[in-house]
Design a protein around this ligand. Structure first.
Ligand code: ZN
Ligand code: ZN
Length: 142
């Protein structure tokens, strides 16, 4: 089992399905689910985004609930499809930005989150490929 699978197995013990929502049966702090992980109480919403989207749960970005559009109405819900990542400022920007600079649609699957914020996965893959090609060339010319 990977670390993520282990954590997910722990989280699932406290899962209670409520329609599309995953309510939390464990410890709550100010109504928000938390669980002890590596000596700290961490928000479950951050852990589930780490597990499902490789979100860096130590980053300064927030994991927010999709309550405004009616997708979700529970603050203790931790269904990753009902959550999204952003700062408050990004929050506003996210509503407008639907495509990257090069026109790829920023769907959930095509978006990666890093310390720099939202990034297009397709562009990122492209950059990695280019970089790899350069490395190969370097080796060939040695
Ligand atoms: Zn929900
Ligand atoms: Zn792109």
């Amino acid at each position: 089992m990977t670390e993520k699978e282990k954590v997910l197995a722990r989280l699932n013990k406290y899962k209670s399905m409520d329609g599309e929502c995953w309510r939390w049966l464990g410890y709550l702090s100010l109504g928000r689910p938390r669980i002890g992980y590596k000596g700290k109480y961490i928000l479950v919403s951050r852990l589930i985004m780490w597990i499902t989207q490789d979100f860096d749960f130590k980053s300064k970005l927030h994991v927010l609930h999709k309550t405004k559009d009616g997708t979700c109405k529970f603050v203790d819900c931790w269904n990753p499809e009902h959550l999204y990542i952003g700062t408050n400022a990004q929050n506003m920007a996210d509503r407008v930005i639907t495509h990257c600079k090069r026109g790829h649609e920023l769907t959930v699957d095509n978006t990666v989150y890093s310390s720099k914020g939202r990034q297009c996965r397709e562009c990122k893959n492209e950059r990695t490929k280019l970089w790899n090609r350069k490395q190969t060339k370097k080796f060939q010319s040695l």
